[in-house]
Write a protein that binds this ligand. Structure first.
Ligand code: FES
Length: 192
């Protein structure tokens, strides 16, 4: 379950981020076709799961996609928008080309994740939910455990986890992670 931003409760780790940004509304419709229900009450209970699935797949939920959710589940777009904007884990704008999830769960907090949040702000001028002006990097501060506390403090850049992160080395780490990711993507294109 997605958690409101004022909790620190554990939640499942999202699916690997794939770098997709544009939301294909036909894919949204296909995803929603698996959400079946027998009455209005059951449909209401599916709103959160449907939004969560779209958010994890594309990295964000557009208002057009939210309208399709409302239509599919027989509810008002206003209600779906209200849920979408209430939960901090949902994004209503696309992520940058690369995405950093910065764990701020209890163990990482104790091990100094606040310094990492500050370092990102100092170095890139962005905070939770923001994207750099060149659209290269977006950051999300996760108020939930990423499930690898023995490596606290932890950041996840695209689909890789990095543990025992030192604020002094964070910029290097981000640069190396982005370079590695882009080299891998280039190799896939060349061999594809
Ligand atoms: S609290 Fe950060 S990995 Fe568990």
């Amino acid at each position: 379950m997605v958690q409101p931003d004022h909790t620190h409760a554990p939640r499942p780790v999202p699916s690997p981020y794939t770098g997709r940004q544009e939301i294909d509304l036909d894919v949204v419709r296909e995803m929603l076709s698996h959400f079946t229900y027998s009455d209005h009450e059951e449909a209401q209970e599916l709103i959160l799961s449907a939004l969560q699935e779209i958010n994890e797949h594309f990295g964000w939920v557009s208002f057009e996609a939210a309208e399709i959710v409302a239509d599919h589940l027989g509810t008002s777009a206003t209600r779906v928008f209200a849920i979408l904007t209430f939960y901090a884990d949902f994004r209503t704008t696309p992520r940058g080309h690369h995405h950093m999830l910065l764990c701020h769960g209890m163990s990482c907090y104790v091990m100094g994740s606040s310094k990492l949040v500050q370092k990102v702000r100092d170095e890139y001028g962005i905070g939770d939910g923001d994207t750099t002006p060149d659209n290269q990097l977006s950051v999300q501060v996760a108020n939930f455990c990423l499930g690898v506390c023995d490596r606290s403090p932890v950041v996840k850049i695209d689909d890789e986890y990095y543990g025992h992160v030192d604020p002094e080395n964070l910029t290097d780490l981000v640069n190396r992670a982005i370079a590695g990711r882009e080299a891998m993507q280039a190799s896939e294109v060349n061999h594809g």
